[in-house]
Design a protein around this ligand. Structure first.
Ligand SMILES: [Zn+2]
Length: 286
């Protein structure tokens, strides 16, 4: 039997590590920028409570203060440092600059990961065709650049959405907490309780995206040499979708995907298509 297709688990782990490190900067930036201002936010909000007899003091609303702090936090992971940042974070500036991890999505180097996934797939198809036909896959890949660029663009947009979505949600969380009358201590704890959310999302994106590109490339390379069918293969663990488990070992056409796509298309799907090799005279390896 020919060698089975191997998932790029090492690359997936590295990519997840980079994305999570990037996402962790959000919590660290909050600690330096937002948390020190929490007492001021709460105090400022309380000044304007309708049941408070004190006369409102003229000045910036706590909502504007919060928006400014969140924008500065966002700047730490987008590389966009607004002019107000230095003023807002003041003496924390050196610490902000020293935060570990990529300081923008562009610094993660998605291009390098795309190339690594492609190289991994190329080694796989070479190994499999060598085992099957005694001759290696050596096709030109004029479609490759477009496929990698599309993946890179989509990944950059997904990575950028991590801080954007987080800060937007955090704004809602803080406003709700203040409206509920949380103390400064409670609000600080509420904020710190959100730090893990972007990290989890980073992990999900990495798991999902590496497998997707790997599957797409495997399909493209198999079809390029004349493989028309594959056998559905899954990991067969508790995480696998029941409907994917039911497909185990069944034959599918590359030209006719199931309703949720070929193996590896559905979110976080780790299934793969094991090529059904045609006779040697039906394939073109060069
Ligand atoms: Zn699956």
């Amino acid at each position: 039997m020919a060698p089975r297709l191997q998932q790029p688990v090492g690359i997936e782990r590295q990519y997840a590590k980079a994305l999570k490190q990037y996402a962790r900067r959000l919590g660290k930036a909050c600690n330096l920028i937002l948390i020190p201002e929490v007492p001021r936010l709460v105090e400022s909000a309380n000044r304007y409570r309708p049941d408070d007899a004190a006369t409102p003091v003229a000045g910036r609303s706590w909502v504007d203060l919060l928006a400014g702090l969140l924008e500065s936090t966002l700047g730490v992971v987008t590389g966009v440092q607004d002019v107000g940042l230095a003023a807002v974070i003041g003496s924390n500036q050196p610490e902000v600059e020293a935060l570990p991890g990529p300081s923008s999505a562009d610094e993660i180097g998605v291009v390098v990961y795309a190339e690594q996934i492609s190289e991994h797939g190329l080694r796989q198809i070479r190994r499999m065709t060598k085992a099957q036909y005694g001759e290696q896959y050596a096709k030109d890949e004029p479609w490759l650049t477009d496929m990698l660029r599309a993946w890179e663009a989509q990944n950059l947009s997904l990575i950028r959405s991590i801080p954007e979505r987080y800060v937007e949600e955090l704004q809602g969380t803080v406003i709700r907490a203040i409206n509920e009358g949380q103390s400064a201590t409670d609000l600080a704890a509420t904020i710190k309780g959100t730090y893990d959310k972007p990290v989890k999302r980073a992990q999900l994106i990495a798991d999902d995206q590496v497998g997707k590109l790997h599957s797409q490339l495997a399909q493209a390379r198999q079809q390029a040499i004349g493989v028309k069918e594959y056998a559905w293969r899954g990991i067969l663990d508790a995480r696998e979708r029941p409907e994917h488990r039911r497909r185990e070992g069944r034959t599918y056409q590359w030209s006719n995907p199931p309703s949720d796509g070929h193996p590896g298309s559905a979110v976080r799907c780790r299934c793969y298509g094991q090529p059904i090799w045609p006779p040697r005279d039906k394939v073109t390896l060069t």
